[in-house]
Design a protein around this ligand. Structure first.
Ligand SMILES: [Zn+2]
Ligand SMILES: [Zn+2]
Length: 341
C-alpha cells in the first residue's frame, strides 16, 4: 500500500510503498478515504509524547470503506462506509467493563499513534468491535474527524459534567475546540470560545458560540466574571494546556467550578493548593473517548445543527504542508488529508 511514512524523528514524512496490514479473523481491512491531522501527530514527529517504533504510519482520525473482512466478522461487508474507535482495548479489564476503555490496563495500542499503522496509509486494519458505520449523510472528511476530535469533545463534556444553562469557557477554538464548543451548546450550555486571534474569535462565533474572547486583548478571567454576574465560569475545558491557558482557566472558574484538561504541551503549571482548596475547585483530565463516546459522536455530527469543523482538505501528497499548517496554527479548524486513486 502507499503511505506517508515517518522514517525518522524530526524529518519530513516520505511517500512510499509499505506492506499491507495483516487481516486476522476478527479484523476489518479499511481503505482510507480521509484522515484528520491532530496536534499529537506533530508531537510524534518531534519525538515527544508517544514514540512508536519507526518507520511508522501515523493517522488516528480516519474514515474509509471496508476492503475486506476476516472470516469471523459478521457486522461489516466490503463497501461499507466506516470509522474506527482508535483504542485497541482488551475488552475485559475493569476499565473496559465500565465504559472507560481509554484507561484500559492492557491496551494493545492506538491506531496511528502506537503499534498500529493508521490513516496516513491507504489501508488500515482494526478489530470489528472497534468499527462503526458512517452514515451516508456524513462526508468522509467530516466523518474522519469523528474518530478523534469529536469523540474527544463528547468525552470532555461528559467528564466536565456540563449541564444545561451553565457557562463553559473553551480555551482554544481550533479543530478540537470547534467540536467542544458545539457539543457544549448541544448540551444546552452557554459556550464561550477563547483564542489568541481575531480570526479564531470570528470562527467561534460562526460555529454558534454565545461569546468569543481574544486572549491577550481582554483579561479572560475578568471577562468570565463579567459574563456571569461576577461568579465565574461553571466549567472550563482547556484544549491547549499551556501555562498561560491553565492559569487563565483556573482564574476564570467560579467557586466549585470544574477545570477539564484536554490538551497538553510540554509546559508545567504550578497549582496553588490553597486556591483549589478554599474555592473547592475540581481538576479533571480527559483522554479521547471510548466506544460509547464514538456512537454518541456520530449522532452529534449527523445532527442538522452540526457545523462542519473541517476547514482544510489536502491530498496525502501534501502531508508535509498539512503538518506545517497544524504546527503553525494556520488552519481555522481541522485539517484533513484525502487519498485519491
Ligand atoms: Zn488526536
Ligand atoms: Zn481493558
Amino acid at each position: 500500500m502507499r503511505a506517508a511514512v515517518l522514517r525518522e524523528v524530526g524529518a519530513p514524512l516520505v511517500l512510499q510503498e509499505m506492506t499491507d496490514p495483516e487481516v486476522g479473523s476478527w479484523d476489518v481491512l479499511v481503505e482510507t478515504r480521509a484522515c484528520g491531522i491532530c496536534g499529537t501527530d506533530v508531537h510524534i514527529q518531534d519525538g515527544w509524547g508517544y514514540m512508536p517504533s519507526l518507520p511508522f504510519v501515523m493517522g488516528h482520525e480516519p474514515s474509509g470503506v471496508v476492503a475486506a473482512v476476516g472470516e469471523r466478522v459478521t457486522r461489516f461487508a466490503a463497501g461499507d462506509r466506516v470509522l474506527p474507535n482508535i483504542f485497541f482495548s482488551c475488552g475485559s479489564c475493569f476499565f473496559c467493563r465500565t465504559n472507560g476503555e481509554t484507561q484500559c490496563i492492557d491496551l494493545g495500542g492506538i491506531l496511528g499513534v502506537a503499534e498500529h499503522w493508521g490513516g496516513y496509509g491507504r489501508l488500515f486494519c482494526v478489530p470489528e468491535r472497534q468499527l462503526f458505520h458512517l452514515p451516508q449523510a456524513i462526508s468522509f472528511a467530516e466523518g474522519a474527524v469523528i474518530a478523534d476530535a469529536v469523540v474527544t469533545a463528547v468525552h470532555a463534556v461528559e467528564r466536565g459534567g456540563v449541564q444545561a444553562g451553565e457557562t463553559v469557557l473553551v480555551m482554544g477554538a481550533g479543530g478540537c475546540g470547534s467540536a467542544v464548543l458545539q457539543v457544549c451548546m448541544m448540551a444546552g450550555a452557554r459556550a464561550v470560545g477563547v483564542d489568541v486571534t481575531r480570526a479564531k474569535q470570528m470562527r467561534a462565533l460562526e460555529l454558534g458560540a454565545t461569546e468569543a474572547l481574544v486572549a491577550g486583548e481582554v483579561d479572560v478571567p475578568g471577562a468570565a466574571r463579567d459574563l456571569t454576574h461576577g461568579l465565574g465560569a461553571d466549567c472550563v475545558i482547556d484544549t491547549v494546556g499551556s501555562e498561560r491557558t491553565l492559569a487563565e482557566s483556573v482564574a476564570s472558574l467560579r467557586r466549585g467550578g470544574r477545570l477539564v484538561i484536554l490538551g497538553y504541551s510540554q509546559d508545567r503549571y504550578a497549582l496553588d493548593p490553597r486556591q483549589i482548596a478554599i474555592n473547592e475547585l475540581e481538576v479533571l483530565g480527559t483522554r479521547s473517548g471510548g466506544r460509547q463516546n464514538t456512537a454518541d459522536a456520530i449522532r452529534v455530527v449527523a445532527d442538522p445543527c452540526w457545523k462542519p469543523i473541517v476547514t482544510d482538505i489536502l491530498p496525502i501528497e501534501q502531508v508535509n504542508e498539512a503538518l506545517k499548517r497544524m504546527r503553525t496554527g494556520q488552519a481555522l479548524g481541522r485539517i484533513v488529508l484525502v487519498h485519491n486513486d
